[in-house]
Design a protein around this ligand. Sequence first.
Ligand SMILES: Cc1cc2nc3c(=O)[nH]c(=O)nc-3n(C[C@H](O)[C@H](O)[C@H](O)COP(=O)(O)O)c2cc1C
Length: 370
Amino acid sequence: MRTKMTEMFGLDTPIFAFSHCRDVVVEVTRAGGMGVLGTTRLSPQELEAELRWIDGHTDGRPYALDLALPQKLEKVRPMVERDKALPREHVEFVEKILREAGIPPLPPDEHQRFLDSSPGYTLTARGGMELIEVALKHPQVRLVVSALGVAPKEMIDLLHEKGLKVGALVGRVEHAVSQVNAGIDILVAQGMEAGAHTGNITSMVLWPQIVDAAAPVPVLAAGGVGRGRQMAAALALGAEGVWCGSIWLGTRESELSPEMRERFFAAKSEDAIQRRVFTGKQCRMLRSKFTDAWDAPGAPVPLPMPQQIMLVEEARARIERAHKKEYMGYYVGQLVGDMKEETSTKSVVYDMLTEFADAVERLQRQIGTD
Ligand SMILES: Cc1cc2nc3c(=O)[nH]c(=O)nc-3n(C[C@H](O)[C@H](O)[C@H](O)COP(=O)(O)O)c2cc1C
């Protein structure tokens, strides 16, 4: 295939795979697409270890990193100050959900590790810059994408100076225009059916809006792309490639626990709901007894980011540790309704390309050009 994206990075196919799991990043990169490692959960030291591993398994091919950089989050409190930062009502509400579900506290050593961690640290411009310094030591990293806002100018300039491309996720035309004005090279137009943080405009409407507003900046289509017919639709709407997140979760390489995996395979598209329960910002996630508790009458309104992350992080760890499957949750898009059994990253890529080719042939037949 040849699009602006394959040419920009020397790829065989314009499939970009967002994942927090390095194995997915490696598999898609080796298959000729571009793996994109999510960094929100990584310290600079952890990122260094991940990048070394990816370098060692990708035969010199290019890959990418994704940072979440909301502009207003310079001060993130350490976890140990959590109780001072959070309203009593919210702390007691979460504790009540866990108590009623019979979910015990973490053992003291695990609890201490939690207090020593600082969730959301890398969600700051300073934290992001430290991660970029690590990334710049790995020449295969050719693209850095920021998720939640316009990256600081010095960050964009530094990346350009070092020869990297800079991208940004957007869900509205206004955001696309700000990003283009800030000098980014690629936009990822993410429709509301996507997993994790989302806006309110569907992919079908959003993609061509962003393509038109951003031209000549190339656009990758995200939100609801998991198969070849969706990829064909994205390219038909003007995208230069696709950016997929949810579809990799159903693969054997993904980070999901066995219990979470079972819940995904049983879920319908309407079980992927938009809530603020995990981060304080609107995210699409799998419905669970935990999210239901926040929907019940009398439940408090979720706190803003990053307080809501601090509030629920330990609860989520307690739920996982107790194997309380029906309380477990994770980010996923409406594609979850199509995931019925475990597959592999490689077969997702090959199936997508095969179905894409079939869709193109079908169109050619329909317009009489084959
Ligand atoms: C489990 C999960 C975690 C995600 N985390 C991030 C993230 O940290 N940063 C980011 O830019 N996008 C994140 N996303 C969104 C993806 O980058 C991508 O835009 C989205 O998954 C595309 O829609 P899809 O889920 O329908 O494929 C995440 C998506 C999923 C499914």
